[in-house]
Design a protein around this ligand. Structure first.
Ligand code: FMN
Length: 147
C-alpha cells in the first residue's frame, strides 16, 4: 500500500470537555445521495473509543503546510489534555475543533460503524461542507512520507 498515494485528514471530535483527534489516510467518499464518507480506525486506538462516544465529528482536509499537525495527531500516547494547543484551530457550532489552514472541512454525523479486522469502518453522513483554501496544495502520503 505504500505506493498508493492518498490524501490526509485529521478527524476531530469532542466528548464532554475533551478534544479528540486522529490523523487518517483511509478517508474516502462513499455515496453522493445521500452524501456519505468513511474512514477506518484501529480498534486499539483511543480515537476508536472517542468516535463511538461522539455522534458528531469533523473531517479536516489537510493542506501541504499541515504536515506537522498530521504528525502530531498520529503520535500514539501523546497527552490528550492540551493536545490542541500545538495547532491553530477554531471551534464550530458544536464545539468541535476545526484546524486552521486546511483546504476545508466536513461536519459529519455517524451513520454506521462496521468492525473489519483490527479496524472499524466509520461511515459518516455529511451535514456541512466548508471550503477554506481551495487553491492550497493538498497534503499527500506516499512511501511512508508526508509531503
Ligand atoms: C499519514 C498517516 C495516516 C494514518 N491513517 C490512519 C487511519 O486511517 N486509521 C487509523 O486508525 N490510524 C491511522 N494512522 C495512525 C493514527 O493517526 C495514530 O495511531 C493515532 O495516534 C491514533 O491513536 P490514539 O487515538 O490512540 O492516539 C495514520 C498515521 C499517519 C501518520
Amino acid at each position: 500500500m505504500a505506493r498508493v498515494a492518498s490524501g490526509v485528514v485529521v478527524v476531530t471530535a469532542r466528548v464532554g470537555d475533551e478534544d479528540h483527534a486522529m490523523t487518517a489516510n483511509s478517508f474516502t467518499s462513499v455515496s453522493l445521495d445521500p452524501q456519505l464518507v468513511l474512514f477506518c480506525v484501529q480498534q486499539d486506538s483511543r480515537f476508536h473509543d472517542a468516535i463511538h462516544a461522539a455522534p458528531r465529528w469533523v473531517v479536516n482536509l489537510l493542506s501541504a503546510q499541515q504536515a506537522p499537525a498530521a504528525r502530531w495527531f498520529a503520535e500514539r500516547g501523546r497527552p490528550l489534555a492540551g493536545q490542541m494547543s500545538l495547532v491553530e484551530f477554531e471551534r464550530d457550532d458544536d464545539g468541535i475543533a476545526v484546524l486552521t489552514g486546511s483546504i476545508g472541512h466536513l461536519g459529519c454525523t455517524t451513520e454506521e460503524i462496521h468492525p473489519a479486522g483490527d479496524h472499524s469502518i466509520v461511515v459518516g453522513r455529511v451535514q456541512r461542507i466548508v471550503y477554506e483554501n481551495l487553491t492550497a496544495p493538498p497534503l499527500v502520503y506516499l512511501d511512508h512520507r508526508l509531503g
